[in-house]
Ligand binder design. Structure first.
Ligand SMILES: [Zn+2]
Length: 243
């Protein structure tokens, strides 16, 4: 079970890197399926370079469960705080994807505007670290207090934008959160382009509901996307280990 989770998480890291959701920075985690008070996350490495030996278990306060001399992600508190606040969430992504950033620094709301963007949900709140922690932070989420404040802004939503920084995405499975994170910047780019042309019509609540309620992580359609992204990212042999 643990070996399978670790392999899937390595694949998720490589997919997010290959799809330009993360670069040298950004990370993806998964809650432990048998111990909900733990999650799996890499040590501090670029996601493209993450391997199985880099994945550690953490408690929900961001402490590694085993002694570790290698450096850890400074922003691992994002993950712990979201798992703490949201028992339904099984996987979390934090990234700095450029296309999402304009929507975090203006009053133009990011909305789902394409069918594959439905999973970002009807509302995408913006978290401003300065609102509670003042004007002298380095913008990074470096402790649990900041992580919990971000999780409170996320609320029951799937994504929160982080002002001048990036986004945090939460979902009920690893495939869900990868899919959501791949389509979030694409949706943002389409919305930006459309706004040059005129008024934008986002998806209706009914359309969002119809897309998300019919979605199944293990369906052939979803698995097709996962395998496509994984093979493009050079993970064909890792996929075979899971078959
Ligand atoms: Zn960050």
């Amino acid at each position: 079970m643990v070996a399978r989770v670790i392999t899937e998480l390595v694949i998720a890291n490589r997919i997010l890197a290959h799809e330009d959701v993360v670069d040298a920075y950004g990370h993806v985690s998964m809650r432990h399926p048998e111990h909900p008070d733990r999650f799996f996350l890499s040590i501090s490495k670029a996601p493209q370079q993450v391997g199985k030996k880099d994945i550690l278990q953490f408690d929900l306060e961001g402490n590694p469960l085993s002694k570790e001399k290698r450096p850890l992600y400074l922003e691992r508190f994002i993950h712990g705080a979201i798992y703490e606040a949201r028992p339904d969430v099984m996987a979390v992504v934090h990234a700095h994807a450029e296309a999402t950033l304009p929507f975090g620094i203006t009053d133009a709301p990011l909305r789902p505007v394409i069918h594959s963007g439905a999973f970002i949900g009807a509302e995408v709140p913006v978290w401003d670290i300065a609102a509670k922690f003042g004007e002298r932070t380095n913008l990074l989420v470096t402790n649990m207090a900041q992580g919990r404040d971000l999780a409170a802004t996320l609320g029951k939503n799937a994504v929160a934008l982080m002002r001048g920084h990036g986004f945090a995405a939460a979902a009920r499975s690893l495939i869900d959160v990868v899919r959501l994170s791949v389509y979030l910047p694409r949706n943002a780019r389409v919305q930006m382009a459309a706004q040059q042309l005129g008024a934008v019509k986002p998806l209706s609540r009914g359309e969002i509901e119809a897309r998300t309620s019919g979605y199944k992580p293990q369906s052939p359609e979803t698995q097709r996307a996962w395998r496509y992204w994984a093979e493009r990212a050079g993970c064909a042999s890792l996929l075979r280990e899971l078959d």
